[in-house]
Design a protein around this ligand. Sequence first.
Ligand code: F6P
Length: 319
Amino acid sequence: MKTIGVLTSGGDSPGMNAAIRAVVRSSIYHGCKVIGVKQGYHGLINGFMDEMNLSSVADIIHRGGTILQTARSEAFMTEEGRKKALYALQIFGIDGLVVIGGDGSFKGAQKLTELGIPTMGVPGTIDNDLRYTEYTIGFDTAVNTVLDAIGRIRDTSASHGRANIIEVMGRHCGDIALYAGLAGGAESIIVPEIQFDIDNVCSKLIKGRNRGKLHSIILLAEGVGGALDIGKEIEEKTGMETRVTILGHIQRGGSPTSFDRIIASKMGARAVELLLEGKKNRALGIKGLETIDVDFEEAFNTTNKFDEDTYRLANILSI
Ligand code: F6P
């Protein structure tokens, strides 16, 4: 293997730059040429590529976003689009490709392997919704961003004696809500994986208020939907003034935490090693802080689900 390509795809996440840096520097360390593909699969189809060197990735480990930019490509979903991508890979002499992104991006990588280009998937998404790995790059940073927001909203919540709903990202996954909610001492955590009972949420709020609690924070995962309606219902049922904050894309930005930088560095470097060992079609991951890799198919089929023990704990601690 002489030339390794790298791209970021899907929603960006803090730590993607650290992963790009690891791919570029370890490829060069092992004597390979590296090509950076801009704008994910969209750029691959259109040949937006440049050779990268040690300096291309200087001063990026601490930066949010992705220097290679990213996109969600409709065209790559078609056979014609993938043929164009394959052609561009051949023109640039790319023998192996590292795709940094979420499950949709990994499905694209799997298709490229089928077309004869060995690929590796490095999990980059704030959602932490890939179940074969304990952590995805960006999740820890997003949780810390939400924690910061909880602290700020708690100040105003206590000043007014209100209930505050904070809607967080995660697509269909409740991990950001769960971990930020536990770490931030939220009164209730509402996630798509667990059926919730609005009366339980309200009764907790009333009990808290009756024993003199000034603030009330409810973390709501976006996958549940209906934040504004839930807010209205809580206000009607408890008589507490209720406000809803949708945190949105603020959760996707910012300097990555040390944890995200470290797992990004480990998985990016290991992806290159695996390509050099002649492996293909593998998804990198983290288990017990060790770097692991599994076949893409296994990654897609791993469904050991939501961390119910932690959810139970958060409920116990917020009685
Ligand atoms: O997958 C990451 C994510 O931020 C999700 O949490 C969210 O649902 C989605 O992307 C938002 O996508 P976009 O930035 O395209 O609006």
